[in-house]
Design a protein around this ligand. Structure first.
Ligand code: FMN
Length: 213
């Protein structure tokens, strides 16, 4: 069983669909967890988890520890908010702390990282992979990212006029002057990018191979 974590709060967004495609293509059983539907607090830093390898907080992270340990592999997907993996994703990673004391329980477990951003997905996917591998000793078999070039300014209602949003920052003043309409084809889907689709397929194969090794 693969435990798949979707850290995007947007139902059926690019990240949700990417993570689901990757796990589905492995042909393995999987469970997809949507972090935005759960209530997970940040780590309180009390370090009481050192003895029990479980967190003292009785929130929605509690049942996930056993699921992570029972899974043959973990895949963690996050979106980029303000240059970093978003808070749902980062909080989940932080709360893996109980599993790393003395003899990390996730040592060598196959894992993968996925990230979607407007234009900064690559550093964040590296950060997710680094945290899994370096702090929690997962064996990260690969990662995939997608830059959607679709800023939140496309849905806020002020995208064509706001002088502080993404479009005004990316465009020259002349381009922004002519930017008067946000049309459906400006919303990019990873399925239309062959290189990203192929990278997802390779990651599925890598995960499957790691599980069946
Ligand atoms: C509050 C907020 C902040 C964002 N900040 C960044 C950012 O700093 N860099 C970036 O590349 N994308 C940023 N984005 C864009 C998202 O990463 C982008 O919309 C992504 O496609 C969302 O994927 P999803 O549809 O799967 O949720 C931001 C979006 C929101 C809503």
């Amino acid at each position: 069983m693969i435990l798949a974590i979707n850290g995007s709060p947007k139902p059926q967004g690019n990240l949700h669909r990417m993570v689901e495609k990757i796990v589905r293509d492995t042909g393995e059983n999987y469970e997809l967890v949507h972090l935005a539907k759960l209530k997970i607090n940040p780590c309180f830093g009390c370090v009481k988890c050192a003895d029990t390898q479980r967190c003292i907080q009785k929130d929605d992270m509690a049942p996930l520890y056993d699921k992570i340990l029972a899974a043959d592999a973990l895949i963690v997907g996050g979106v980029v908010y303000f240059g970093h993996p978003n808070a749902f994703t980062y909080t989940f990673l932080e709360r893996l702390f109980p599993l790393r004391h003395r003899e990390p329980l996730t040592m060598g477990k196959p894992a993968a990282a996925v990230c979607v951003g407007g234009d900064e997905a690559e550093p964040s996917v590296r950060q997710i992979a680094y945290q899994l591998e370096s702090y929690f000793n997962f064996k990260v078999v690969g990662s995939v990212f997608f830059n959607s070039a679709t800023p939140p300014c496309f849905i806020c209602g002020y995208g064509t006029t706001c002088r502080y949003g993404g479009p005004a920052r990316w465009m020259t003043p002349e381009e922004f002057e002519k930017f008067t309409e946000i049309t459906p084809e400006m919303f990019q889907n990873f399925e239309d990018h062959q290189d990203v689709m192929r990278a997802c397929e390779i990651l599925s194969e890598e995960l499957k191979a790691a599980i069946n090794q």
